[in-house]
Structure formats: C-alpha cells, structure tokens
Design a binder for this molecule. Structure first.
Ligand code: NAD
Length: 288
C-alpha cells in the first residue's frame, strides 16, 4: 500500500483516484471544490484540508488539474514540502516546455517527475482503460508504472521529460479533426434524409471507423453535449499544439483551421459543452 496524494478530483481525477483506492492504496485527495473530495471519501479515500496537508506524508503525488499555470503553481507549493525521493506523476495536459521545466524543478528538490497525460475521456477514466503517454527517466517511469497500470489499459514510455505531453498534443490534434469531420458527416447525412443510426453502424465497421465515432456519435445524434471533455480544455490543447508546431516549423493547416472552429464555438459561449458540440457550429454554418 502506498500513500498517494491526489490533487484535482474532477471529471478525470475523481474516477482515477477511486481506482487507486480500490487497488488498495491510501489516497489523500484535495480539490478546489468540496463535493469532489466527498466523493473520494465515500469511495474509501481520505480528505486533505489543503495541498500541503495532502502531500505531507505522500510517497507519490498525482496531479490532474486543467492547465500549465495550475501545475506550475502546485509545483511551487508542493516541491519544497515533500520528502526527498517523492514521485510526482502529472497526468494533466500541459505544454511540453512547462513539463520539462517542472522536471528540472523536481531535480532541484529531489523529486522524481514524470509527465503522464492520458487519453480515453471520462469513459476511459471510469473504466480504468486510459491510454497513457509517459515522459521521463526510464527508472522513474518504471516507478510510476504500477500506479498508471491501475488507471490505464495502455501505458507507454515515449521519451524523456515532456515527450508525454508532445504525444498528447498530437492526440488532441487527431481527436479535434476527427470530431469536426464526424460532425460534418452527420449534418451531411441528415440533410440527405439518411437514418444516421444505420449510417454510423456501417461507417464504424469500415475505414471511417474511430473511437470518436464509437463514443461520440450517439451523443451528437441525440444533441446531448454535457462534458465529457469541455470545449474550453480542447481550446487550451489546440493552443499547445499550434505553439509546438510553430516551434518545430511544422505546418498543420487542417489542425489550425479546426483550432479556429473550436475558438469560435468558445467565443459563442459554448466553452462548457463537450467538444462534440462542434456539431452545433456545422449546423449553424449550414443554416440548419
Ligand atoms: P475538471 O475541470 O473536471 O477537473 C479539474 C479539477 O482540478 C477541478 O475539480 C478543480 O477544482 C481541480 N483543481 C484545479 N486547480 C487545483 C488546485 N490548485 N488544487 C486542487 N484542485 C485543483 O477537468 P478534467 O476534465 O478532469 O481535466 C483535467 C485534465 O485532464 C486537463 O488537463 C484535461 O485537459 C485533461 N484531460 C481531460 C479529459 C476529459 O475527457 N475530460 C481527457 C484527457 C485529458
């Protein structure tokens, strides 16, 4: 049994922390809003009063918070207050350069750091089948693996510090483009009076099949856009992709266009909806 501080118990962190409790670990949770902490306690975890309280006796610290500034603020608070040798697994999706900075700060404080962003959405977190792309030193990644295996189905060491975040950025590029095209296909099919249920069934069996089609099309057809993965977060991630592509001198013409579509949907006040709400914009552009 390991004492794990889990910070950020939202849509993803909540179920991930509960899996670690079920695996027999002593999980001490902290979150900005209290109901999420209460859910962890109901699942058998412990409540911390604040971040310092959560990490005091922890051997492992896991963070699952929204954005790069959230992680950097936590690192500034946590690293001076943990035992030397503590393992920090950051599962948040943040900028690769920030992940490298966090790893360097860890080295200064004797904290072992891995970046371990996840893919698979809320369903993957609930089912414990996330795909986890891990960056860091090989020995630290191996130390993190037993915990990542509890919440993940596919856990791959992809390179040094920051590499996990670079792979996650590529993941977000693919997912955004896929959702946009599934949305366009659904509106196209409806406009032609085709039964979209039957169409999705046959599309899923061919080369057009995808996890997005399997997991998002039903909600899109029913116009239910409760997150899931908020447009606000995908906007953040496409900002990461755009900056990282520019840094590397790589053209992402389609990705840049989808980033604009996501930004537009957000500007229209839909930032709190699931990213599958890109469908609404296709309808509006089509006058439907
Ligand atoms: P969320 O908004 O549901 O949860 C984030 C939680 O972090 C909130 O409950 C918030 O109160 C808490 N928090 C923020 N700062 C904190 C702090 N300083 N101390 C304690 N708690 C703090 O977001 P989410 O959907 O769970 O996403 C979390 C991360 O995972 C993001 O980086 C996101 O991009 C990534 N991600 C999300 C999904 C998804 O489908 N939702 C999938 C893969 C990756």
């Amino acid at each position: 049994m390991t004492t794990i501080a889990f910070i950020g118990l939202g849509i993803m962190g909540g179920p991930m922390a509960a899996h670690l409790v079920a695996a027999g670990h002593d999980v001490v949770g902290h979150n900005l809003s209290r109901p999420a902490v209460d859910r962890l306690v109901a699942a058998g975890g412990r409540a911390a009063t604040d971040t310092a309280d959560a990490v005091r006796d922890a051997e492992v610290v896991i963070t699952m918070v929204p954005d790069s500034p959230d992680v950097e603020a936590l690192v500034a608070e946590v690293y001076p207050n943990v035992k030397p040798g503590t393992l920090h697994i950051d599962c948040s999706t943040i900028r690769p350069d920030v992940a490298r900075r966090v790893a360097a700060a860890g080295a200064e404080h004797g904290v072992r750091v891995v970046d371990a962003p996840v893919s698979g959405g809320e369903a993957g977190a609930v089912e414990g089948t996330l795909s986890i792309m891990v960056g860091g030193d090989a020995a630290d990644v191996e130390a993190a693996r037993p915990y990542l295996d509890v919440v993940g189905g596919t856990v791959v060491h992809v390179g040094p510090a920051g590499a996990g975040q670079t792979v996650k950025a590529a993941n977000q590029l693919i997912v955004a483009g896929n959702i946009q095209l599934v949305a366009e296909a659904l509106v196209f099919l409806e406009a032609h009076g085709v039964d979209t249920g039957a169409a999705v069934e046959v599309l899923a069996g061919g080369l057009a099949g995808s996890t997005v089609l399997d997991r998002k099309a039903a909600g899109m057809r029913a116009r239910t856009f409760a997150p899931g993965f908020r447009i606000d977060l995908h906007h953040k991630d496409l900002g990461i992709v755009t900056a990282a592509a520019r840094e590397a001198g790589v053209a992402i013409p389609l990705g840049a266009h989808v980033a604009q579509l996501v930004a537009s949907l957000r500007a229209q006040g839909h930032g709190g909806l699931d990213h599958s709400a890109l469908l609404l914009q296709v309808e509006s552009l089509s006058g439907r």
